[in-house]
Write a protein that binds this ligand. Structure first.
Ligand code: TTP
Length: 398
């Protein structure tokens, strides 16, 4: 059996993290979201077809040596249905379709037994998803797209099993109101014919739609790591809990690392740094004297050399965080931190710091209020308090 993974979307809700990379390439728990999916299925599928478009070269470059992977470029038309159709000439038999941006525990062994099936998961906010209604034999009898009054808590988890004739349905579909050829329109036809099962997934599922979803998925995946220390460890370093320190990483003397945490190759920690649980320091990062990092993803080449606090945050690549840069990650009133997602202010989680794009520089003593987003390539001048989102390429100063 083959698998088609949809990786061509823009991931606009995750801007600025998707400004320079496709959403499936955002690193969580030390590797891109897409790599977690591929690792899960590569043992039991014959071929993996990645449908790519937005920033495709980053995906191609990362996976080009994988023996089972073929890249297919999604042409001009948008939509998940059109994306699947791109694989028509490659697929010989039944196949899996997986959104390239989901994190899940299930091994997918249950879904492959059915002719046409959709994986389902239960959520507390079904109104934000495609809601599914099942009959007693797990046939899907209704699919409601982001309904005001959801009929169940079961939603479309973005994983499907199809027979090859789904391509005939897709070819005859007209674009939806938003001008996209939608996979769910093809599925509606299968539902009308009584030919679509709903299979509940076991365990964790997250569609990484919003920045705090990434931190939650990161935390979840880090629960499974086992201690593996290959890097150089200095004198009086304290390592507590499960921690991976890759070869050529270095933890200098008197630093404290509380797992779960991953320190990737080339990263240099300390002396006297404090790495708290659920932190990932990607390749060639640096966290120096008296800097404290908690529950955060720090992407490659970013340096936090001294006296800073970064909590519950995502920091892009190649950032330079100057002395005494501080993130606030909790409101006085303990209410959920509010975040602007595509112009709409939404409640996130109780603890959220800053979401920062790539190539940002902070001056000394810059502070961030909870939930602010900083676009790529900004300069934030000394002593600024950043209490609203900053557009890419801005220079903010006092
Ligand atoms: P969406 O979640 O609909 O789109 P998106 O990833 O661009 O996210 P956002 O809403 O933040 O902009 O896409 C579902 C999956 O399908 C996702 O893995 C991306 C993929 N996709 C394609 O491969 N091609 C497409 O044309 C579209 C729309 C999505």
């Amino acid at each position: 059996m083959d698998a088609v993974i949809l990786c061509a979307g823009k991931g606009t809700r995750l801007m600025p993290l998707t400004e320079n990379r496709p959403k499936p390439m955002i690193p969580i728990a030390g590797k891109p979201i897409l790599e977690h999916i591929i690792n899960k299925i590569e043992g039991f599928v014959d071929n993996i077809y990645l449908i790519v478009k937005y920033k495709k070269e980053i995906i191609i470059n990362h996976f080009k040596n994988h023996p089972k992977i073929t890249f297919i470029e999604q042409k001009e038309i948008d939509g998940t249905g059109y994306a699947v159709l791109m694989a028509k000439e490659y697929i010989k038999d039944d196949f899996l379709v997986i959104n390239g941006d989901i994190v899940f525990d299930d091994d997918l062994k249950n879904i492959v037994d059915y002719k046409n099936a959709m994986a389902l998961t239960e959520v507390s906010n079904p109104e934000n998803f495609g809601v599914v209604v099942l009959d007693d034999e797990n046939n899907i009898i209704e699919l409601q797209e982001k309904p005001k009054n959801p009929k169940s808590n079961l939603i479309n988890a973005g994983i499907y099993k199809f027979e090859k004739n789904i391509f005939d349905i897709l070819e005859n579909l007209k674009p939806s109101k938003r001008g996209e050829v939608e996979l769910t329109d093809a599925i509606s036809e299968l539902i009308q014919n009584g030919n679509m099962k709903g299979i509940k997934l076991n365990g964790y599922w997250n569609d990484t739609g919003r920045p705090w979803d990434l931190l939650d998925a990161n935390k979840h995946l880090l629960k499974n790591i086992k201690t593996d220390i290959k890097g150089k460890i200095g004198k009086n370093v304290v390592i507590d809990g499960n921690v991976i320190i890759e070869e050529s990483a270095e933890v200098k003397h008197n630093s404290v690392i509380e797992g779960p945490a991953i320190i990737k190759s080339g990263a240099i920690v300390g002396p006297l740094a404090y790495i708290r649980p659920n932190t990932v320091l990607m390749e060639n990062t640096g966290v120096g004297n008296s800097s404290e990092i908690k529950g955060s993803i720090i992407m490659k080449n970013t340096k936090i050399p001294h006296l800073s606090y970064i909590g519950d945050s995502i920091i892009g690549e190649n950032c330079n965080i100057a002395c005494n840069t501080i993130t606030a990650n909790l409101r006085f009133d303990d209410k959920p931190v509010k975040v602007n997602i595509k112009g709409k202010i939404v409640k996130s989680v109780r603890k959220l710091g800053v979401i920062m794009g790539d190539n940002v520089k902070t001056g000394v003593q810059v502070s961030f209020m909870p939930g602010v987003k900083i676009g790529s390539s900004c300069w934030l001048g000394a002593n600024c308090l950043i209490d609203k989102d900053v557009e890419s390429n801005s220079f903010v100063y006092k």
